[in-house]
Design a protein around this ligand. Structure first.
Ligand code: IFM
Length: 458
């Protein structure tokens, strides 16, 4: 084993999200989400697929809990479908939707697995988007009401709540770049969206605490290590800008209570703001956003190496050879994981950190004797878990690690073309097949440490 292993009480989990695994898109009163609409719009999703069936987890959740038991994990991060609970995003709750999450939570607890529930993993109800979506301040109220409904129902059993998953993706990919639902391209709107996501987090935290005695509450953000392509002032400034847009724009208001002045100036300079001020920030918003939380959720996949573009905007430059890239084109960079974990502890001093996602998409070969050999994913997990362990040794209050993902699933605009799972899913038969990475993770969990030598699994 390497080092002293992970601290006692450490959470080892796996993560998924509702839209990516549940399926049953039109069953039991579920309403349409922005991702349902996006996927049914031509040319939005790479393989033209929808998540209407996905992993059919809505019907197969018992078997999926059995996979978690096989792994030995003590925690499971999942999200609730907002439009399954509130079909139009507000108003009367859908009892069948709530009953599904009741069953799932009870099943997890019976299996000795602690539920970590994410309220918003991107699947805004379509009806709310038609009223202005996250660009409208009314959606803040709708989110707080949704948090209230769910935590009243599940708060006696769910004690770990994550308000939002990766607000950058919703704001920037969804509203500035148009690559994610709802597919808009409006940089000014994207800034409003980011603010409303953060504000709704801040306003939901006290509601969740009131309905779920003793609960831990936090938010999950994606962090990417930002590095300059060279020592030139221009490239260093490009890295600063990227870090500002991607990391600090979210972490500064959440943890420090302000938006970073240099990034406000960048927004103005690049035309995202008409003036160097934030018209959508009302009195009291920043205080609400910076409500103390019990943990910060960090999703980590890769680093970004930036150089100055012709107009001074940051541009990513590929650094790694193709063999160091995952199927997403993301560089495998465990050092970046260590860097973001130690940086977040140093600059933001969260009470605790959970790594709420970490993993890699690769093309997997067919199964041999019922097991799929995925050495690159095993290596990704091994090197990143070692980096997490080093971060703990360096003083980061890391309390848990969730592998993304329990099983192959619907990877948003990439459809079914990217596979992140520890278990493979045959989307025709819905058969699940363990990969070597599942066996490796099981060994890590059992040993509470990272094996120095990877066992032979076949
Ligand atoms: O699949 C996604 C997940 O939903 C959010 N974080 C990144 C993952 C991989 O792209």
């Amino acid at each position: 084993m390497s080092g002293a292993g992970f601290p006692s009480g450490f959470r080892f989990g796996v993560a998924t999200s509702a839209q990516q695994i549940e399926g049953a898109a039109r069953e039991d009163g579920r309403g349409e989400s922005v991702w349902d609409r996006f996927a049914s719009t031509p040319a939005r999703v790479k393989d033209r697929s929808t998540s209407d069936v996905a992993c059919d987890h809505y019907h197969r959740w018992r078997g999926d809990i059995a996979l978690m038991r096989e792994l030995g994990v003590n925690a499971y991060r999942f999200s609730t479908g907002w439009s399954r609970v509130l079909p139009t995003g507000e108003g009367a709750a859908n009892e069948a939707g709530l009953a599904f999450y009741d069953r799932l939570v009870d099943g997890l607890l019976e299996a000795g697995i602690t539920p970590f529930l994410t309220l918003n993993h991107w699947d805004l109800p379509q009806a709310l988007d038609e009223k202005g979506g996250w660009g409208s301040r009314d959606t803040v109220d709708a989110f707080v009401a949704y948090a209230d409904v769910l935590s009243r129902r599940l708060g006696d059993r769910v004690k770990h709540w994550i308000t939002h998953n990766e607000p950058w993706c919703v704001a920037t990919l969804g509203h500035e770049q148009g690559a994610h639902a709802p597919g808009r391209r409006d940089a000014a709107e994207a800034l409003r969206v980011a603010h409303h996501l953060l504000l709704s987090h801040g306003r939901a935290v006290p509601v969740l605490r009131a309905n779920s005695a003793g609960a831990e509450v936090g938010l999950t953000t994606m962090m990417t290590a930002a590095e300059a392509a060279s020592d030139s002032d221009a490239d260093r400034d490009a890295a600063r800008q990227f870090d500002g847009l991607f990391n600090r724009w979210f972490l500064d208001p959440l943890q420090l209570g302000w938006y970073p002045a240099d990034v406000i100036a960048d927004h103005h300079r690049h035309g995202r703001l008409a003036a160097p001020e934030l018209p959508f920030v009302h009195d009291g918003d920043l205080k609400a956003i910076a409500v103390p939380t019990d943990f910060l959720g960090i999703n980590y996949y890769s680093r970004a190496v930036m150089q100055a573009g012709p107009d001074g905007r940051p541009v990513g430059v590929p650094q790694a050879p193709p063999e160091d890239l995952t199927e997403m084109g993301w560089e495998v960079r465990p050092q970046g994981f260590f860097d973001v974990l130690t940086r977040v502890a140093r600059d933001y001093a969260p009470k605790q950190v959970y790594v709420t996602e970490n993993g890699a998409a690769f093309v997997d070969p067919p199964a041999v004797d019922g097991l799929i050999a995925d050495p690159r994913r095993v290596d990704y997990l091994r090197t990143h878990l070692l980096a997490a362990q080093r971060a703990i040794e360096a003083g980061v209050p890391l309390a848990g690690y969730f592998a993304w993902s329990l099983m192959d699933n619907w990877e948003w605009a990439e459809g079914y073309t990217k596979r992140f799972g520890l278990y493979a899913v045959d989307f025709e038969s819905q058969q699940r097949t363990a990969k070597h990475s599942a066996r490796f993770y099981r060994d890590v969990v059992a040993a509470h440490a990272v094996p120095t030598v990877v066992p032979q699994y076949s």
